[in-house]
Design a protein around this ligand. Structure first.
Ligand code: APR
Length: 236
């Protein structure tokens, strides 16, 4: 089986009802990013940050995967599919994708404030635990914090992601403005000659000089179109 590597961003989940970040009315319009998504913001007002992610986490209970997520899962019948996502929701997994790499963490997990990257302290929450409170402690006695990679923090999963991208036979980008690094830089690791597709209803500027086949549609219709096009791609 050939390797299909997919990089997804907030636009992947937009049709499920989860806001993107940088579109008009997006999350970063409503919440100052430096307050809710940086270590400095967390140090200044941990309750605000914990509440922000409590809200995001509770939203997971009200949304479901869209057709785009479902079709990506179905592509596993034909390809070894790796989904590298910047999203912190669990919609790819719930749609049935079996290899999902979360670059920016996962809403359903919490960790230690003192050593957030230490696997010993990362823990999956049950839905009834989705409301984290001040005073809820990690195993090391520090405040439980969201398992989210904030701006200015390292992205430990990037090395794993690069390993997959380097072995891609087809690379597909869906619903990301490609503003945030190192995720946006993954395109530079796609081997020369490998076809690159990009699904987004809006124009996205791609920094690398390589040619990209743009499907200017939303995620669901875009993945449908991509599946039709696959029959004309030589690797299929
Ligand atoms: N289908 C596909 N794409 C869509 C849709 C849709 N229905 N609706 C909007 N989009 C596109 C937008 O046109 C935009 O290009 O999704 C993209 C969303 O871009 P951003 O809001 O910048 O989200 P993303 O690229 O995922 O952000 C990266 O930034 O703040 C951080 O950590 C956060 O993981 C996030 C990272």
């Amino acid at each position: 089986m050939k390797n299909l590597v997919v990089l997804t961003g907030a636009g992947m989940s937009a049709e499920s009802g989860i806001s993107t970040f940088r579109d008009a009315g997006g999350l970063w319009d409503k919440y100052p990013v430096e307050q809710v998504a940086t270590p400095e913001g967390y140090a200044a007002n941990p309750k605000l940050v914990i509440d922000f992610y409590n809200e995001r986490r509770k939203q997971l209970l009200t949304v479901k995967p869209n057709r785009g997520h479902e079709l990506l899962a179905r592509l596993e019948d034909h390809f070894r599919v790796t989904v590298i996502t910047q999203n912190v929701d669990n919609l790819h997994e719930r749609a049935g994708s079996t290899c999902v790499i979360h670059l920016h963490g996962e809403l359903t997990k919490v960790t230690s404030s003192r050593q957030p990257g230490n696997p010993a302290y990362i823990r999956e929450l049950e839905p009834e635990e989705y409301e984290v409170c001040m005073g809820d402690l990690a195993e090391d006695g520090s405040q439980l914090r969201p398992f989210i990679v904030w701006f200015g923090e390292s992205v430990p999963m990037i090395e794993t992601a690069i390993d997959y991208v380097e072995k891609a036979d087809i690379f597909l980008i869906i619903g990301t403005s490609l503003n945030v690094y190192p995720a946006a830089g993954l395109l530079n690791y796609v081997p020369v000659g490998v076809p690159v597709y990009l699904i987004d209803p809006n124009q996205v500027s791609v920094a690398s000089g390589r040619s990209v086949h743009v499907i200017r549609k939303g995620a669901s219709e875009g993945v449908e179109e991509f599946m039709r096009l696959l029959h004309s791609i030589p690797v299929f």
